[in-house]
Design a protein around this ligand. Structure first.
Ligand code: ADP
Ligand code: MG
Length: 172
């Protein structure tokens, strides 16, 4: 099973999420989608105020026969079809598709690190994982062997002022 994190903070954000989920269907079986959350953009000090655009975030899970790098290439193709162009690492994006976790895969290469290195630091990525796969066993580091649900409880990850449930859903 693979869990992907999706985010969008430009244009019709929900439509970008919906288009991405549709484009994933050919390579992911048994797709399940989380709630759609809204979060404040994570920005470095001095970032242009115009980048301070709130994100819609969600996760999907499913099964794929693709190898990790092939899946990443598929995700990058979906991103560019949505019109995503490089605006720098903190810049706004039509759609961001990240591989959060993938079975027991632990890898770190120049272009792909799994589990995603920021997953455990980002409430907006971690909380949606509980919606789609609460029993997923995290395969790496200090949380190795723990269920996603228990990690979220231990870290006290919760909705709050900067992370809200929009009440919107993406139909899969
Ligand atoms: P962000 O880190 O904000 O998602 P990008 O989407 O621009 O930024 O990703 C930058 C690069 O991160 C991608 O080109 C990709 O090669 C690399 N990358 C490394 N690990 C992952 C992962 N687990 N999922 C998606 N991209 C990854
Ligand atoms: Mg990305």
């Amino acid at each position: 099973m693979v869990i992907l994190g999706l985010g969008s903070n430009i244009g019709d954000r929900l439509a970008h999420l919906e288009a991405a989920v549709r484009a994933l269907a050919p390579v992911m079986r048994g797709l399940r989608a989380s709630r759609v959350l809204e979060s404040r953009a994570v920005l470095p000090a001095g970032a242009p105020p115009a980048w301070d655009l709130p994100y819609l975030n969600m996760a999907v899970c499913g099964d794929t026969t693709l190898a990790p790098l092939d899946l990443l290439n598929w995700l990058k193709a979906i991103e560019s079809r949505a019109g995503r162009v490089s605006r720098g690492i903190w810049g706004p994006r039509e759609i961001d598709l990240d591989i959060l976790v993938m079975d027991e895969v632990v890898m770190a290469s120049a272009g792909l690190t799994i589990p995603h290195p920021e997953l455990l630091n980002r409430d907006f990525a971690l909380l949606p994982c509980v919606d789609v796969a609460p029993d997923f066993i995290y395969p790496h580091g200090v949380y190795k062997g723990k269920r996603v649900l228990d990690i979220v409880r231990e870290k006290n990850v919760a909705l709050g002022e900067h992370l809200k449930d929009t009440g919107m859903r993406v139909h899969v």
